[in-house]
Design a protein around this ligand. Structure first.
Ligand code: HEC
Ligand code: HEC
Length: 251
């Protein structure tokens, strides 16, 4: 077999893994149908102005929707509709507890179910560049930074001998997301990524279906966590010659 054929087969195997897992897990309400009921203008208004006692989302997640490392808030712009909606439902029902700033549970409860759909739909269609984090600035906050090449290896291949599944298998190439279940990690904020991986590991976040993330994170060392966060917060969204970038048709 030529090198090219072997490379092709390896690629196909990776794609098969990446596609098989999300499809098996995605039986549920049809995201497209729910998103059609959304009032995107209302979602935008909530994001920038808040509603009732709920402050403007922009005050913590940024006017640009790209999150903030000093506050530990995530990038939300472009994130999957079904994923964001699920997180807001999970905060509203205390299935996910915000132990970072202790505000998201109250924020989600202060919105109606339709408001949560509206704001999730607004965020999904908001196209912003994948800027991630400025790691120098993060270091100045006192956060340890990892090694990018070691993070890249874990993201793409995992460490099967240590029970760490490749992130690619579920979150797709460089963590660009596989909707509706698997969120985008690429271009996500460094501090937020580190926090969430530690929360899956110490089980202060347990809203992952089938404990999929707890199974991965329980085998990760602090160094592994800093390494993958370093890579994901600075990873390119696509390969050269492959025009496939995030913003999938299925949200
Ligand atoms: C006072 C600051 C603050 C405000 C205001 C705020 N958030 Fe958050 N948000 C956070 C923090 C901190 C986190 C991380 C919480 C955690 O670790 O669970 C977060 C997490 C989230 C997440 C989880 C994202 C993910 O990738 O899982 C969503 C969705 C979200 N916020 C949506 C909103 C929306 C919508 C609003 C406005 C209605 C809002 N937030 C207002 C601070 C805030
Ligand atoms: C078996 C599938 C699977 C694998 C492998 C996997 N993940 Fe996940 N991951 C998930 C699921 C499912 C969620 C969404 C959980 C939810 O709905 O709250 C998730 C969510 C996350 C989140 C939270 C994102 C956010 O916005 O809050 C982070 C961070 C994360 N994964 C990192 C990783 C890293 C790093 C790896 C590789 C070391 C990895 N994952 C491997 C299934 C997986």
């Amino acid at each position: 077999m030529s090198d090219k054929t072997i490379q092709g087969l390896r690629k196909m195997a990776l794609v098969a893994v990446a596609l098989a897992v999300p499809m098996a897990a995605s039986a549920g309400p049809e995201p497209g149908k729910v998103m059609k009921t959304a009032n995107i203008e209302n979602g935008k208004n909530i994001y920038f102005n808040g509603k009732g006692d709920v402050p403007a989302c922009a005050s913590c997640h940024g006017q640009d929707g790209l999150g903030d490392d000093a506050m530990g808030t995530p990038r939300l712009a472009g994130q999957g509709f079904t994923y964001v909606r699920k997180q807001l439902e999970d905060y509203a029902s205390d299935k996910r507890m915000d132990t970072t700033m202790f505000v998201m549970n109250a924020n989600a409860k202060g919105l109606s179910e339709q408001d949560r759909i509206d704001v999730a739909a607004y965020l999904f269609q908001w196209k912003q560049p994948y800027t991630g984090s400025d790691l120098k600035a993060v270091e100045e906050l006192g956060q340890p930074i990892g090694k990018r090449h070691l993070g890249k290896s874990l993201v793409i291949y995992g460490a099967p001998e240590r029970g760490i599944t490749s992130c690619y298998a579920c979150h797709q190439y460089n963590g660009r997301g596989a909707y509706p279940i698997y969120p985008e990690l690429l271009g996500q904020r460094y501090v937020y990524l580190v926090n969430q991986l530690k929360k899956w590991r110490d089980e202060s976040r347990t809203n992952d279906p089938g404990a999929q993330m707890r199974e991965v994170a329980k085998n990760m060392s602090d160094e592994d966590i800093y390494n993958v966060a370093t890579y994901l917060s600075t990873a390119p969204p696509s390969t050269i010659g492959n025009s496939y970038v995030p913003y999938h048709p299925i949200p």
